[in-house]
Design a protein around this ligand. Structure first.
Ligand code: P1T
Length: 386
């Protein structure tokens, strides 16, 4: 925290705006400069002001790393070129024959990384329904080093009990990693519930405006921090300073955006639940959702993501996603604008042939912060058009 800020616990909204980014001491610039440099002058060999080369460290990146650590309530933050770069760099701390227990519903890219890229280096994984303690226990082996939990999951919005998973991980000497992309730290702080490591695709809610790709990691564990920071420099999948600046700017409005995303998504979910053409809605803010109770314990709000199945199967789903006009048909999520997509054919296509089943009648919405009435009308018109 900058030295001129009050020396007391500051609220989330305050830290989102100030943590890690004091006004520039040289000029007074309220927004710190973006350090567009690849290298740093040394007075003598090795005598630096803390930076040598921008793969290893850059002041704009450091500001973002300190900011996300503060928001997640962790000691250390690290930034990467994408969410997948954060995940890959973390997984490269594992060794051949190490094993991961992975949720049976995760972002297709995370599954693909383990299934197609890391498997050939001897890193093994087992899929499990991580809402069920018995299923998690059954999947753990003596080689298990990580439990990997996305919550809510992408795209089926399952809510995993972070405290329960942290206990299981501790009991087996493993780390619990939580992918907190869907919730964001405004809604959920996994370290407070016992998770050891948090990862983010900051491309989503943290950036918030669909204009940057970036990944983040936070931990309280010094050994994990040292190993991942070593890999960060060694592997080199780091973000540029402009991208770090865009995420720092996005984070300043994270709290207000998440409140609007959640309120709009709640209205959309209730509308869909009552619609005769909808079979099932997956959204932890609905009392009918199996994740509702756990969500109330560990999430401040239900968030802006939801999925639903449509009557009429794949044909109806494919037609519907082409009929909306405010919900843009596109991959990704978490921006201020609403998006719609067909996970089976788009974000989760790499799961085809795996035991993870994403139905072809499933549609995913990233509910933006446009006027809720306009969003409901857009969906209404699409139902009439298909
Ligand atoms: O796209 P990237 O910044 O590399 O982040 C990967 C990633 C990691 N974790 C979760 C939960 C994610 O949803 C993603 C990216 N997801 C999409 C692009 C998507 O549309 O679901």
């Amino acid at each position: 925290m900058p030295a001129n800020l009050p020396d007391r616990d500051l609220g989330f909204e305050t830290r989102a705006i100030h943590a890690g980014q004091p006004p520039d001491p040289t000029t007074g610039s309220v927004i710190p400069p973006v350090y567009l440099t690849s290298t740093y002058a040394q007075e003598q060999v090795g005598l630096t002001k803390g930076f040598e080369y921008s793969r290893t460290g850059n002041p704009t990146r450091t500001m973002l790393e300190e900011n996300i650590a503060s928001l997640e309530g962790g000691a250390h933050g690290l930034a990467f070129a994408s969410g997948m770069a954060a995940i890959t760099t973390l997984l490269l701390t594992l060794k051949p024959s190490d094993h991961i227990v992975l949720g049976d519903d995760v972002y297709g890219g995370t599954y693909r990384l383990l299934d197609r890229t890391l498997r050939q280096y001897g890193i093994a994984f087992t899929l499990a329904d991580m809402t069920r303690p018995d299923a998690v226990e059954a999947a753990i082996t003596p080689e298990t080093k990580m439990l990997w939990a996305e919550t809510p999951t992408n795209p089926l919005m399952k809510v995993l009990d972070i405290g329960m998973l942290a206990e299981r991980a501790e009991a087996h000497g493993a780390h619990l990693v939580v992918d907190n992309t869907f919730a964001s730290p405004y809604i959920q702080r996994p370290l407070e519930h016992g998770a050891h490591i948090v990862v983010h695709s900051a491309t989503k809610y943290l950036g918030g405006h669909s204009d940057v790709v970036l990944g983040l990691l936070v931990t309280n564990d010094d050994a994990v921090q040292q190993h991942v920071a070593f890999n960060q420099n060694s592997v080199g999948a780091v973000p540029g300073p402009l991208d770090c600046f865009l995420v720092l700017r996005g984070i300043k409005t994270l709290a207000v955006r998440m409140r609007e995303h959640s309120a709009n998504a709640q209205q959309v979910a209730e509308y869909l639940e009552a619609h005769p053409a909808v079979e099932r809605v997956y959204f932890p803010g609905l009392a009918s959702d199996p994740g509702y109770e756990v969500a109330r314990r560990q999430m401040r709000l239900p968030g802006g993501m939801l999925s639903f199945t449509i009557r009429g199967g794949e044909d109806a789903a494919r037609r519907f996603v082409s009929c909306t006009r405010l919900f843009t048909l596109a991959e990704s999520l978490g921006g201020v604008e609403s998006l719609i997509e067909h996970p089976g054919a788009m974000t989760h296509a790499s799961l085809a042939g795996s035991s993870i089943e994403i139905g072809a009648d499933l549609i995913r919405l990233s509910v933006g912060i446009e006027s809720a009435d306009d969003l409901l009308q857009d969906l209404d018109e699409a139902f009439s058009a298909i």
